[in-house]
Design a protein. Structure first.
Length: 209
């Protein structure tokens, strides 16, 4: 069964970014840079405009999701500061920050809490979607789900990240189990990839293998 990603609340995100950007300041977000939720002791909201930003679980570094489109990070961390996840720029990014103390009055004054709710609901739905990809799934199903997710990425992005790295970063599967499945899929002409394990094309993927 193909697991469908939740629908991104594009218009809500655009309204939030438009309201906050005039009051935000640029941040130097270079490739592989980890980004703290605080700046000079103050909680931050981060306005992501372009590039690639990943969310990683702090306990073990597991990559939960990589975001490629404009987004707003930090709302949940302000309202419920558990700090169980962190941000990392995968490539040089266009990123701005704004103190929570400055952002919250803007959200109130412009009556943007419905958009905030839509954004937080999307985040919750995405975590549920991600759990469905990996929890209580057989090894092949986990790999299949991630390949179907990966083929939707722009070709430029796929050519930067091998299938092995993409799947290993997001699961606890062993290198050998992933490579064995990928090799069998290529032999069966279900997928095509070039040297280095960069996914080019999916012909079809059986439900079971």
């Amino acid at each position: 069964m193909h697991i469908t990603q939740p629908v991104r609340p594009q218009e809500a995100i655009e309204r939030l970014l438009a309201a906050l950007e005039p009051h935000a300041v640029p941040l130097n977000a270079i490739a592989r840079k980890k980004i703290s939720w605080d700046f000079k002791g103050k909680p931050q909201l981060y306005l992501f405009k372009a590039g690639e930003i990943s969310i990683l679980r702090n306990s073990d570094g597991l990559l939960m999701v990589t975001v490629y489109e404009a987004h707003l990070f930090g709302i949940a961390e302000i309202l419920q500061p558990m700090r169980t996840h962190g941000l990392r720029a995968e490539i040089d990014c266009t990123l701005l920050r704004i103190d929570a103390d400055d952002a919250l009055p803007i959200l109130r004054e412009q009556n943007l809490w419905e958009d905030v709710t839509r954004l937080l609901s999307y985040h919750t739905a995405y975590m549920t979607y991600r759990d469905e990809l990996v929890v209580q799934q057989r090894t092949y199903s986990v790999i299949r789900n991630h390949l179907l997710e990966m083929i939707l990425l722009p070709e430029e992005t796929r050519m930067r990240t091998s299938m092995l790295d993409y799947i290993q970063d997001r699961t606890h599967l062993s290198r050998s189990s992933i490579l064995n499945v990928l090799s069998a899929l290529k032999k069966g002409k279900y997928i095509q990839f070039i040297r280095g394990g960069y996914l080019q094309h999916i012909e079809s993927l059986p439900e079971k293998f």
